[in-house]
Design a protein around this ligand. Structure first.
Ligand code: SF4
Length: 206
C-alpha cells in the first residue's frame, strides 16, 4: 500500500505542467509496483498505450518485461517498483529532451527516497544516460554494476529494444541473472543481522 507521501507525490504529478509534456499527455504515468520494493526499474517515458492507461510498461514491451521479471522469480505486483524518467508521453514517442528529463527528475528522486530500493535498474539508454553517466553506452556497459549514493545501479536493454532485436535477449538474460544474484547477495548480508556502521543509511538520505 502506498504511503501518504507517495500518494501526495502521485497527486502532484497528476496536475503537473512543469514541462511542455504536461500539455499533450492523456494521463501521467507515475509508477506501479511494491512501494517497499528492493529493486526499482526505470524506463524512459510512457508510450501510446501507457499514456492511455496511465500505467508504465503495458502492451508488448510490458508483457516482455513481466516475462523477464518472472525469469528471475519476480513480479511487478510483489517485488519491484517500475517508473520512468519522465512521467508524461513525449509526442510521437521521441526521446525525452534533456530539459524535460531535468524537470521531471525530482519526482523520480522523491519516489526513490520513499521506496529506498537496494538496486536501481536502468532500462535502456535514456535511463542510463540520465541516471548513471551522460556518455553511457548500453551496448558496451550493460550488465556492469555502479555504486552511487548508496544504491547499486545497473543498466540493461529496454524491452522495446529486445522486441526490435531478438539477438539482444541472451545478453539481457545474463543481466537479469546478475540482478537476481546481487539481490540475493545483499539480502543474505542482512541475515543474520550484523552490526552496521550506518553508512548506507546515511547515503540514501543524501
Ligand atoms: S513530464 Fe514530468 S515534469 Fe513534465 S509535466 Fe509531466 S510530470 Fe511534470
Amino acid at each position: 500500500m502506498e504511503s501518504v507521501e507517495m500518494n501526495a507525490l502521485r497527486d502532484a504529478c497528476a496536475s503537473c505542467v512543469r514541462c511542455p509534456l504536461g500539455q499533450t499527455r492523456t494521463n501521467p504515468v507515475f509508477g506501479v509496483g511494491n512501494p517497499q520494493a528492493e529493486i526499482l526499474f526505470v524506463g524512459e517515458g510512457p508510450g501510446e498505450q501507457e499514456d492511455l492507461k496511465g500505467e508504465p510498461f503495458v502492451g508488448k514491451a510490458g508483457i516482455l518485461l513481466d516475462k523477464m521479471l518472472a525469469c528471475i522469480g519476480m513480479s511487478r505486483e510483489d517485488n519491484v517498483y517500475i517508473a520512468n524518467i519522465v512521467k508524461c508521453r513525449p509526442p510521437h514517442n521521441r526521446d525525452p529532451l534533456p530539459e524535460e528529463r531535468q524537470a521531471c527528475l525530482p519526482y523520480l528522486r522523491a519516489q526513490t527516497k520513499l521506496i529506498r530500493p537496494k538496486i536501481i535498474v536502468c532500462l535502456g539508454k535514456v535511463a542510463a544516460t540520465t541516471l548513471i553517466d551522460p556518455s553511457f553506452s548500453i551496448m558496451r556497459s550493460h550488465g556492469v554494476w555502479y555504486e552511487r549514493k548508496g544504491f547499486w545501479m545497473i543498466a540493461t536493454f529496454h524491452p522495446a529494444a529486445l522486441l526490435r532485436n531478438e539477438g539482444l535477449k541472451r545478453d539481457a538474460y545474463g543481466d537479469l541473472l546478475k540482478i537476481r544474484a546481487k539481490l540475493d547477495e545483499l539480502t543474505a548480508k542482512k541475515e543474520p543481522p550484523e552490526e552496521s556502521d550506518g553508512k548506507a543509511e546515511e547515503e540514501t538520505e543524501k
